[in-house]
Design a binder for this molecule. Structure first.
Ligand SMILES: *[C@@H]1O[C@H](CO)[C@@H](O)[C@H](O)[C@H]1NC(C)=O
Ligand SMILES: *[C@@H]1O[C@H](CO)[C@@H](O)[C@H](O)[C@H]1NC(C)=O
Ligand SMILES: *[C@@H]1O[C@H](CO)[C@@H](O)[C@H](O)[C@H]1NC(C)=O
Ligand SMILES: *[C@@H]1O[C@H](CO)[C@@H](O)[C@H](O)[C@H]1NC(C)=O
Ligand SMILES: *[C@@H]1O[C@H](CO)[C@@H](O)[C@H](O)[C@H]1NC(C)=O
Ligand SMILES: *[C@@H]1O[C@H](CO)[C@@H](O)[C@H](O)[C@H]1NC(C)=O
Ligand SMILES: *[C@@H]1O[C@H](CO)[C@@H](O)[C@H](O)[C@H]1NC(C)=O
Ligand SMILES: *[C@@H]1O[C@H](CO)[C@@H](O)[C@H](O)[C@H]1NC(C)=O
Ligand SMILES: *[C@@H]1O[C@H](CO)[C@@H](O)[C@H](O)[C@H]1NC(C)=O
Ligand SMILES: *[C@@H]1O[C@H](CO)[C@@H](O)[C@H](O)[C@H]1NC(C)=O
Ligand SMILES: *[C@@H]1O[C@H](CO)[C@@H](O)[C@H](O)[C@H]1NC(C)=O
Length: 870
């Protein structure tokens, strides 16, 4: 299939909500003036702290210094700016610096596989990975993703996602991340990053930050995206938590969100980028925009942005940019300090060296733009040279094994009355629902999976990949038994004869995705069916439950789904949530349905009884005019934290998941590792030195078109100017209030990647034996929650997940000892006055709980009193 292109201003800009024909080289912000919510402002923090002071990055920064100190202005600007939408094989690419053997860096989606190509693996989505609670699989999937990226020549792979956190149950992209809890997101993200980057690819942790709704997310010249108004403590304890862990894992890049925080766009918010990310969290890599999420040139550079993607200005495809030649101009006219540009480029080149991309890293051998072998090299150029763009390199390896293992271990058994599961291979089965079958239009027939047709393997949008093949549940079940009839329909058929011996398996789903595609009236967010199943799935289950006395419901869903219409019906005996399984949907399911493996997934979010059980503040905000103020008034009380506080019993609690066997916890012990002998952590280390360059304004000839010998490609974004000699430096730029070039004081809570290293000292280590007390093999998860004492003086959720471990497969009767470590930070609250993490001295009053879900915690340990089991 050849992809269709629009070469003029046709609204196929896959991340753009609105376009307008007006454009200038640079007005400093393309956005309408934001509206402010009383009390929520983003204070100025300038200048950007330089990278290079963290020891893990020292060698990479030393190599980058050798290169950057010899670069011309054109080379530097090249590496910061994308070459433009559809101006190369990848969804985005920077300019190059051939003198230093630095190619156009290829940036490509997605968090679950290489997007817009072939012979790749379509892995289970993040939410499925979260449901495994299996760190080894989180890492293994990261390694496989990284190998595929490297094999295709992708330098920067756009994932993993830890924001959205999933605050809004109807939010369209919660499924790309690991679940509605900061610790689950943090561990999922960090293990994925370590896996990916071990192969040499640069991971891009996204979207920074407060991006919880699809509708009205973007700013443009005719609208302003919503503002997520988040107080400092909530930001630190929930939304920033997984980013801190990702930075600690050494992530090479971070992508900003489209929305504002406190009415300042994330891509130009100096408090977020300069202070929180680069000062407090000590981030050493580079910050890029989301696609077309840059809204100013000078302002974004000063606020700490390092790379703009895909390079275009307010209106894409016109050949305009906020940076490129305009960044050259703002260096020559003195508005952006040369030191800021040097830091941007050093961060980018250092990340490239840090991952070893200077040695034998392949160039892109695929094209996002076409599936043909020969195609245009720069489709947006109108008259583009052509060449071989697709080499169809098969990068799948044996990654289908990991994909199937993740999908299988994510499958979560909610209910299993009369031990109806597992099924025997000779049982009489009747299977219902289009969600058991194939896409009626064919594999990958909907662009970016933008339809809900057949088994739901992933949501839609940029966080997707083509399925190389798909094993549907229908195929996998049909491969195991002949004693089955399939009714691949969402309307219960009138001609079904039900006998007492039959087991009905009903497949239903709920889909969502990214805002640039609307599916069945859902603009990304789940606007139409809300939290109920799509395609009248509830009616299908009820009809089957009427006809059959043994019904198994299989659910593929992006997030919380309501089961109330049928969950208590006598004949609904078992419910499995298979989340979003990717290409191995069928085999992973039959692995569990027929008992080759016991289910071992656990819910990465709460299943409520009613949507009204959530606080009003997490509803979608649908308001077409004026800037939406989305104020996070529920604070820390998201998902189970809220349900517990409001004393609302959910249908199934966070962390719930049954097995075919049972497990017992015994012999819990808690030991002190690093004494928590102070309220605040020990004083942070002082920052080491950073590269020091000649920061004077370079010679304008370095960016003069007159020195260029190659043929210019129309609309391609270059660093060059026609008459740069005419530009004179002045200090008349209207800098933002609070702008300064005096380095920021080092953040008290900083000092290493992820913050003060002492925050990550293990304070307590808990050991517990897990025994398989049932009769079948299986894996158990130990979830550790903490209750912090009121002596900290702050209202804090009564239970917070802080650690988990999964056993290996235990045979009946077998035991394994698990060790669960908790750090100083795990027991701390963010003190907004002191701007540091505050812990109870010696862990006094802390309760440590271990169990099977947030509502089933038999083990209780406290320091001094030891542990008990109830
Ligand atoms: C947003 O405003 C709140 C309330 O004043 C403040 O606590 C927080 O630090 C601000 N955050 C940012 C990123 O500006
Ligand atoms: C710059 O390049 C020269 C040679 O081209 C090299 O000797 C030098 O080490 C490089 N780095 C610096 C900082 O000058
Ligand atoms: C800037 O990048 C372009 C490719 O994007 C390349 O053609 C050009 O030579 C680069 N400029 C320099 C000075 O390296
Ligand atoms: C310098 O150039 C930039 C980019 O065009 C522009 O935004 C800025 O206003 C200019 N500064 C001055 C002082 O004219
Ligand atoms: C494409 O990838 C293959 C395998 O990784 C590699 O051998 C080949 O050189 C790459 N193509 C280019 C143009 O780098
Ligand atoms: C997984 O990939 C291997 C190697 O390509 C292949 O032999 C095997 O059949 C695949 N498994 C499935 C379930 O498709
Ligand atoms: C089905 O197979 C099981 C063993 O897998 C056996 O115990 C049972 O009797 C069989 N039932 C029928 C109806 O054949
Ligand atoms: C069908 O079953 C066979 C034998 O169990 C297995 O090797 C094969 O991978 C299965 N194929 C599918 C599509 O499930
Ligand atoms: C139900 O199963 C029993 C044996 O387990 C068999 O004798 C009977 O014929 C079956 N009934 C139908 C309607 O298939
Ligand atoms: C389960 O654990 C409890 C507490 O350690 C113990 O008393 C009990 O014997 C265990 N049960 C089994 C079946 O192992
Ligand atoms: C710094 O750069 C400026 C502009 O290119 C140049 O004139 C000056 O000689 C350089 N200074 C040093 C010490 O290299």
């Amino acid at each position: 299939m050849t992809r269709w292109f629009c070469l003029a201003l046709v609204p196929l800009f896959s991340h753009l909500s609105v376009a307008s024909p007006v454009s200038g080289p640079e007005s400093d912000t393309a956005r309408l003036a934001p509206r402010y919510e009383a009390g929520y402002e983003s204070p100025p923090f300038y200048p950007t702290p330089h990278g290079g002071w963290v020891s893990d990055w020292r060698d990479a920064y030393a190599k980058a210094y050798e290169v950057v100190s010899n670069m011309t202005l054109a080379e530097k600007v090249n590496l910061t700016t994308g070459t433009g939408y559809w101006m190369g094989p990848c969804v985005g690419q920077t300019g190059s610096a051939p003198r230093f053997r630095i190619p156009n860096l290829c940036l490509q989606d997605s968090p679950l596989g290489i997007r817009e190509t072939d012979h790749n693996t379509a892995f289970p989505a993040g939410i499925t990975v979260g449901a495994t609670f299996n760190k080894r699989l989180m890492h293994a999937r990261g390694v496989a993703l990284g190998k595929e990226a490297r094999g295709k020549g992708v330098n920067v792979q756009l994932g993993p996602v830890v924001a959205p956190l999933g605050r809004k149950p109807r939010g369209g992209r919660g499924w790309e991340g690991f679940g509605v809890d900061p610790t689950l997101q943090a561990i999922g993200g960090a293990y994925t990053i370590k896996g990916m980057q071990s192969t040499g690819v640069i991971a891009a942790l996204k979207h920074f930050i407060g991006y919880e709704q699809e509708m009205y997310r973007m700013s443009s010249i005719i609208t302003t995206g919503y503002s997520s108004n988040i107080d400092d403590r909530t930001l630190h304890e929930l939304y920033l938590w997984p980013f801190a862990e990702g930075v600690r894992a050494g992530v090479g890049s971070i992508m900003t969100a489209y929305n504002d925080v406190n009415s300042s766009a994330c891509s130009q918010n100096s408090k977020l980028l300069n202070d929180i990310l680069k000062n407090e969290l000590g981030f050493q890599g580079f910050v890029m925009t989301d696609w077309l999420g840059q809204y100013s040139g000078v302002a974004s550079a000063l606020a700490g942005l390092d790379m703009d993607m895909p390079g275009d200005g307010a209106v894409p495809l016109l050949g305009d940019s906020y940076w490129a030649s305009e960044l050259s101009r703002s260096i020559l006219n003195g508005s952006v300090p040369v030191g800021r540009l040097n830091d941007m480029v050093t961060r980018i080149v250092a990340a490239w060296y840090q991952m070893g991309q200077d040695e034998d890293y392949p160039l892109p051998n695929f094209s996002s733009n076409t599936e043909d072998r020969i195609g245009e090299l720069y489709p947006a150029a109108l008259f583009s040279p052509t060449g071989v763009v697709n080499e169809y390199v098969n990068v799948e390896g044996n990654h289908n094994i990991t994909a199937r293992a993740v999908a299988r271990e994510g499958i979560t058994l909610l209910k299993n009355e009369d031990n109806i599961l597992p099924l025997t291979r000779n049982q009489s089965l009747k299977v219902f629902g289009t969600d058991a079958g194939a896409n009626s239009g064919g594999l990958n027939s909907c662009t970016d999976q933008g339809c809900d047709d057949g088994v739901l393997t992933m949501g839609w949008g940029s966080g997707t990949a083509n399925l190389p093949y798909l094993i549907t549940p229908q195929e996998a079940i049909g491969n195991i038994t002949d004693n089955v009839e399939f009714y691949i329909t969402d309307t219960f058929p009138s001609d079904v004869t039900a006998s007492d011996n039959d087991t009905a398996i009903v497949f239903i789903n709920s889909d969502s995705g990214e805002n640039y595609i609307t599916v069945d009236g859902n603009p990304g967010d789940r606007l139409v069916a809300g939290l109920n199943a799509w395609h009248d799935g509830d009616d299908l289950v009820k009809a089957a439950a009427d006809a059959f006395s043994n019904v198994v419901v299989v659910i593929h869903t992006v997030g919380p789904i309501l089961l109330e219409e049928w969950i208590e019906l006598d004949s609904v005996k078992a419910v499995l949530v298979a989340h979003l399984p990717g290409q191995e949907a069928g085999d992973s399911l039959t692995d569990v349905l027929f008992g080759d493996f016991s289910p071992s997934g656990h819910m990465p979010y709460t299943i409520p009884k009613s949507e009204s059980d959530y606080p009003d503040s997490v509803s979608l905000i649908d308001q077409p005019f004026g800037q939406i103020q989305d104020t996070f008034t529920e604070g820390l009380y998201v998902d189970y934290r809220y349900f517990i506080k409001a004393n609302i019993t959910p249908r199934y609690p966070f962390g719930h998941g049954l097995s075919y066997t049972t497990f017992n916890f015994s012999n819990p012990t808690v030991s002190v590792v690093t004494a928590l002998d102070t309220t605040y952590p020990p004083t942070r280390p002082t920052q080491g030195s950073t590269p020091s360059y000649n920061d004077s304004i370079p010679d304008p000839s370095e960016v003069s078109w007159s020195t260029v010998t190659f043929t210019q490609i129309w609309r391609y974004l270059y660093p060059y100017l026609d008459d740069p000699e005419s530009i004179t430096a002045s200090d008349t730029y209207p800098y933002p209030d609070g702008y300064s070039t005096t380095p920021l004081p080092e953040a008290r809570a900083g000092g290493g990647q992820g913050g003060n290293p002492a925050l990550y000292d293990v304070a307590f280590s808990v050991q517990v034996d897990v025994t398989n007390t049932g009769s079948r093999p299986g894996k158990a998860v130990a979830q550790l929650y903490v209750t912090l004492p009121s002596s900290l003086g702050l209202d804090t959720p009564s239970l917070q997940l802080r650690q988990f471990e999964k056993t290996r497969e235990l045979a009946a009767g077998q035991s394994q000892t698990l060790t669960l470590d908790i750090t100083r930070k795990d027991l701390s609250v963010w003190d907004v006055v002191v701007q540091d993490w505050k812990a109870p001295v010696d862990g006094e009053g802390v309760k440590i709980w271990i169990g099977h879900s947030v509502a089933d915690l038999p083990v209780l340990c406290s320091v001094g009193d030891g542990c008990s089991i109830s």
